[in-house]
Design a binder for this molecule. Structure first.
Ligand code: PLP
Length: 386
């Protein structure tokens, strides 16, 4: 038996390797030309003014929160069905986190529940969120028009966690265009739409926000003469005016990301084809799939099925025994010990918790072979069909 079929993995072409090698042989391993070139490429693809490359998607989320002025005493709301980074970015800033339960069909943060929770919080005189972070789960965008309208009404800012959604669209526009948000964040971790190994990017239409994120991602240092507090001592002069971080992406990573971006349309097309294959082959079985919504093209990052909770663990096991390595996305964030220590309890977000008992992520990545997919489908059919 070969290695198990994973739920996701990267696809590296010879020209990607060549691009990294060329950068290794160049004068710049970091802070060279590859980073701005990658930033411009992604921003152009997303039809947005600015891209700020970062060392990870998590770093981009942190910078996005900082740039929007998040701090102690503030609150961030996000989805409990996400990777922990969607909530942790608020904690890095000393802000508090709360969650909005998911929609049982789209698995995304539910816009109706968000509206109810906002109205309820205002009525009770509670603390409204400063930032809401919708997560485009599995690559399918959230209901951004509704969320943006609530943002106007209640005065919160919006960061799209689009770690799953590079290559997807919403109402005919690419995810990342920031029509409905202040900042959109991507991750280039190997399982995502494209990879730079580690890496991320924050996109925005707002020049000021882009400059702030860039500065805070490089120690809080500025060389811009218009911003300096003192007159420059000489050409070497720079000022650190605030506390920043080293969240820069290296040129090696950016060269890989740039090369990978050229495969993005093909990657997404293959993912879509595989997702449609699963949808068709599994439609008669006792399971549920993420409901596709009109006006949204998913980037097909994950293919999640929901099976009755009594059968989920058995299905997971039979897949493992058949040489498949499925996953579960995600353990609800509020049930993690770190968040339970803040007072969150089992039962706080029942739809997310029920989802978690039933979910399995099937293998879905561009190099998954038809034959491998048939094997996955056969194992599921045998386990659930009887
Ligand atoms: C991958 C991921 C992140 C974090 O990205 P990294 O690049 O691994 O830091 C954040 N949010 C979601 C939803 C993710 O899937």
């Amino acid at each position: 038996m070969n290695e198990s079929i994973p739920y996701g993995k990267q696809y590296i072409f010879p020209e990607d390797i060549e691009a990294v090698t060329q950068t290794l042989l160049s004068n710049w391993l970091t802070q060279g030309p590859a980073v701005p070139r990658f930033e411009e490429q992604v921003a152009k693809y997303c039809q947005v003014g600015h891209g700020v490359a970062t060392s990870s998607g998590t770093a981009a989320l942190h910078l996005a929160c900082l740039a929007l002025g998040l701090g102690p005493g503030d609150r961030v709301w996000t989805s409990p069905i996400s990777f922990v980074a969607s909530a942790n970015c608020a904690r890095y800033c000393g802000a508090e986190v709360d969650f909005v339960d998911i929609d049982p069909e789209s698995f995304n943060l539910c816009a109706n529940k968000l509206a109810e929770k906002l109205a309820d919080t205002r009525r009770k005189g509670g603390k409204l969120p400063k930032i809401v972070i919708p997560v485009h789960f599995a690559g399918q965008a959230c209901e951004m028009t509704a969320i943006a309208a609530l943002g106007k009404e209640y005065g919160f800012r919006i960061i799209e966690d689009a770690a799953h959604a590079l290559g997807g669209t919403y109402q005919g526009q690419p995810v990342g265009c920031c029509e409905y948000s202040d900042i959109t964040v991507f991750s280039f971790h190997p399982v995502k739409s494209i990879t730079s190994a580690e890496g991320g990017m924050a996109l925005t239409r707002d020049t000021e926000l882009a400059e702030t994120m860039r500065r805070l991602g490089s120690h809080g240092i500025s060389r811009d003469s218009a911003r300096l507090h003192h007159s420059a001592d000489g050409p070497w002069y720079y000022e650190q005016q605030e506390l920043g971080y080293n969240y820069r992406l290296s040129d090696l990573h950016a060269a890989l990301g740039f090369s990978q971006m050229r495969h993005l349309p093909d990657f997404i097309a293959r993912r879509r084809q595989l997702a449609e294959g699963y949808r068709e082959a599994l439609k008669a079985l006792p399971l549920r799939m993420q409901q596709p919504l009109p006006g949204i093209d998913s980037a097909h990052h994950l293919f999640v099925i929901r099976v009755a909770r009594q059968r989920r663990d058995a299905l997971f096991q039979s897949m493992q025994q058949a040489g498949i390595a499925p996953q579960v996305h995600y353990i609800p964030i509020h049930t993690q010990p770190y968040y339970q220590a803040m007072g969150f309890k089992q039962g706080d977000f029942p739809i997310a918790e029920a989802y978690y008992q039933e979910a399995v992520s099937l293998p879905l990545f561009p190099s998954l072979q038809d034959e491998q997919q048939r094997h996955v489908i056969q194992v599921i059919t045998q386990t659930l069909g009887s």
